[in-house]
Design a binder for this molecule. Sequence first.
Ligand SMILES: CC(C)(COP(=O)(O)OP(=O)(O)OC[C@H]1O[C@@H](n2cnc3c(N)ncnc32)[C@H](O)[C@@H]1OP(=O)(O)O)[C@@H](O)C(=O)NCCC(=O)NCCS
Length: 221
Amino acid sequence: MLLHQHWPLFGLSVRTPTLELRYPTDEQVAEIAERSVTEGVHDPAYMPFTIEWTDLPPPLQQRRSLQHHWAMRANWQTDSWTCNLAVVVDGVIVGTQSVGANDFAALRSVVTGSFLFLPYQGQGIGTEMRAAILHLAFAGLGADMATTGAWQDNAQSLGVTRQLGYEREGHRRMLSRGAPREMVGYRLERAAWEARRRDDILIEGLEPCLDLFGLTPAAPE
Ligand SMILES: CC(C)(COP(=O)(O)OP(=O)(O)OC[C@H]1O[C@@H](n2cnc3c(N)ncnc32)[C@H](O)[C@@H]1OP(=O)(O)O)[C@@H](O)C(=O)NCCC(=O)NCCS
């Protein structure tokens, strides 16, 4: 209870008719780290991420995953945060969905990122969880814009982005496994999100978290 009081993100939830985004406990973070290895996240021949954490051999990969989640918690600042949520379908964690921002109170712009364990890919879950995090960003936090990026050949990720109405911003060359590769950037502006806005997504537990997102002044000391 004290943990929830001092770190109210543990009570944050976004629910759609088919899935829920929840802030994971340490035990759930460990499960995500383990199942990323045992179930896999992508074909080993194809690297979807810019940070190549899935190339690490176990048990280093699990340890690095834990450190990543803990780093997001430990380094959280009201003007620089990344909220890494577990994606839960029928009580089972199937992946993660993150939303992050710098200077959100002024810029009102977020960036999202995600992955699903391999057995859960290609069934529409990725689109639904992106819709859920966009609802949190636009309806819950009052964002004006959401951005995302993917390698130009990441058909699954680009498929989600296309389906939700983003517009292409441009592309840039980056290193991937030591070779050049094109990263394509997309943005979704508020008007485009409003045009597809859903009324069946429910956000719970956000109010006590608002100051963490930099949206209300901190209580006087
Ligand atoms: C990216 C990811 C989260 C998408 O989730 P998903 O549940 O697999 O995607 P969906 O089933 O919702 O499909 C979304 C779209 O991509 C298309 N798609 C899905 N799999 C595809 C494939 N293998 N090839 C081409 N298109 C594909 C779907 O047809 C759909 O588009 P449409 O509705 O226009 O037809 C998931 O595939 C994943 O975790 N991939 C590995 C990690 C990753 O790439 N993360 C993102 C890094 S930028």
